[in-house]
Design a protein around this ligand. Structure first.
Ligand code: CU
Length: 294
């Protein structure tokens, strides 16, 4: 059994690592997506020999202990099957090493760059070393995401557009209930909590489009709360950002100034929102912008 198991494990692990592994979701569109793919592959490469041990043993049992086999003897049970010190110690040591090893591996991955796409709260454990970080604010509300670009005058848009080969700092927040910003192919998934600036980092590595879904049950149209983002070249991105900044200038004037969190307008269900240093119950619009409805 052991040579069969070792041979199959080595062969199938190699096939997995070189043939299937590079295609495992969420792909390699960003640094965090690639890190997640790596983590999944490590787990699978460890799990495969465990699965094969069970299957090889089952096949052995089916062949050797079937009752129609000529000269078959009943497998020995009872006292003879118990108390094998080597197997017991080996089992405990192996499973302990796997579990504690995965605990250390998982912890290291979580607090390093690989975990940064998971949303690290307002005070991230891991921060990028690059000085060239593009901040993009993600605002969840029932039932859509909008995006603000503070380095381009704070315009707000429904289009999530990113430049390639750039570290992005997503500042994820909500205006109402808890949503979750899940940019699937970017390996980014961060809760959108009201009054909370949840920061997630990733570095874009491939051009193309990706899906954004809300991953937190947030009400009636939760299932319809999705859109598509794009990764463009840096030049294309600059053209898009500057054009949008110019085209949206009229709307941007009516928005509250950029803030990491906002409070919704409690004075009426008109979709307005305020920076969080403003009393939402005040009738005085102290933030200086004039709401389009007024
Ligand atoms: Cu939602």
């Amino acid at each position: 059994m052991i040579p069969v198991w070792v041979g199959l494990s080595v062969a199938l692990d190699l096939v997995y690592a070189y043939v299937l592994g590079p295609h495992v979701p969420p792909g390699a569109m960003s640094s965090t997506a690639g890190d997640q793919q790596f983590d999944f592959n490590v787990l699978f490469l460890i799990a495969l020999p465990v699965i094969l041990a069970i299957w090889v043993y089952m096949a052995y049992a089916l062949v050797m202990w079937r009752s129609t086999r000529p000269g078959a003897t009943e497998p020995e049970g009872g006292v003879q099957a118990r108390g094998h010190l080597g197997i017991q110690v080996g089992w405990i040591v192996t499973t302990t090493v796997i579990v504690l090893g995965l605990f250390a591996f998982g912890t290291a991955e979580l607090i390093g760059p690989a975990g940064a796409g998971g949303g690290e709260g307002p005070d991230p454990v891991w921060t990028p070393t690059s000085h060239d970080v593009l901040p993009v604010q993600v605002i969840g509300q029932q039932w859509a995401f909008t995006y603000r670009y503070p380095t381009f005058g704070g315009f707000e848009t429904r289009d999530l557009v990113l430049p390639v080969d750039t570290t992005i700092a997503f500042h994820v927040t909500s205006l109402d209930v808890i949503h979750s910003f899940w940019a699937y192919q970017l390996g980014v998934k961060a809760d959108a909590n009201p009054s909370e600036d949840n920061v997630a980092y990733t570095t874009t590595e491939q051009l193309g489009s990706f899906t954004v879904r809300c991953a937190e049950l947030c009400g009636l149209w939760h299932g319809a709360m999705y859109d598509f983002g794009k990764i463009l070249t840096k030049d294309q991105f600059m053209v898009w950002a500057q054009t949008t900044e110019r085209q949206n200038a009229g709307n941007t004037k009516n928005l509250p100034p950029f803030s990491y969190t906002y409070v919704p307008d409690a004075n009426g269900a008109d979709g307005g929102y305020y920076p969080d240093n403003v009393d939402p119950y005040s009738n005085v619009e102290t933030y200086g912008a004039t709401h389009p409805a007024s």
